[in-house]
Design a protein around this ligand. Sequence first.
Ligand SMILES: CC(C)(COP(=O)(O)OP(=O)(O)OC[C@H]1O[C@@H](n2cnc3c(N)ncnc32)[C@H](O)[C@@H]1OP(=O)(O)O)[C@@H](O)C(=O)NCCC(=O)NCCS
Length: 191
Amino acid sequence: MNILTTRLLLRPLAMSDAPDIQRLAGDRDVASTTRDIEHPYEDGMAEKWIKSCQEQSQSGELVHFALTLAEAARFLGAITVRMDFRPSALVSSSKKAELSYWVGKPYWNQGYATEAVKPVLHHCFTILELDRVYAAHFTRNPSSGRVMLKAGMLYEGSQLGPTVKWGIVENLELYGVTRSQFELRGSTGSP
Ligand SMILES: CC(C)(COP(=O)(O)OP(=O)(O)OC[C@H]1O[C@@H](n2cnc3c(N)ncnc32)[C@H](O)[C@@H]1OP(=O)(O)O)[C@@H](O)C(=O)NCCC(=O)NCCS
């Protein structure tokens, strides 16, 4: 499914995105604050990642979007929503998912991540009918926290470790939003 915003077209990742993904995700500064992007980003890794996104999308585990500039059809980054099928401690029937995203460094601080995350959250609650969406960023990556707040998520606290990136223990900042919270806050865009 495609989502159109003021400046962006969010569409499923395609194999033809591989060169852009290798170039942009291959930047050490992009990889450094993500849990999963490796560095160096070698030939074939983008194709493998796209294929795995497409397969997991077919099995209902993942929803993926390429962030592209609508006018220029330029690839900027990616967003994924990973379904979390673990039973919730409080509500066993609750449908939840984890949000992740990255934007290529030449496009940082122009509001693109926020412009994309907001409608993806809306998609999560309306089309995917999720009850809750959550995300986390490394403490040393506050710009991602700004994106989450601006997109309508709520800060839920810190977690010390146990995530390890490149041999270093990373502390996490946790965010989440339920459907009813998003309906109240997300639609107004208030952080
Ligand atoms: C995090 C990331 C997605 C942000 O994308 P983006 O398109 O630049 O985000 P936006 O422009 O929508 O918003 C960035 C916000 O962070 C703020 N920001 C930038 N650097 C900051 C810093 N060092 N400290 C605090 N805020 C900062 C910007 O000012 C902006 O907030 P504002 O609109 O209130 O001024 C992008 O930097 C990225 O892809 N990083 C590498 C991968 C990554 O970290 N992904 C997220 C993993 S959780």
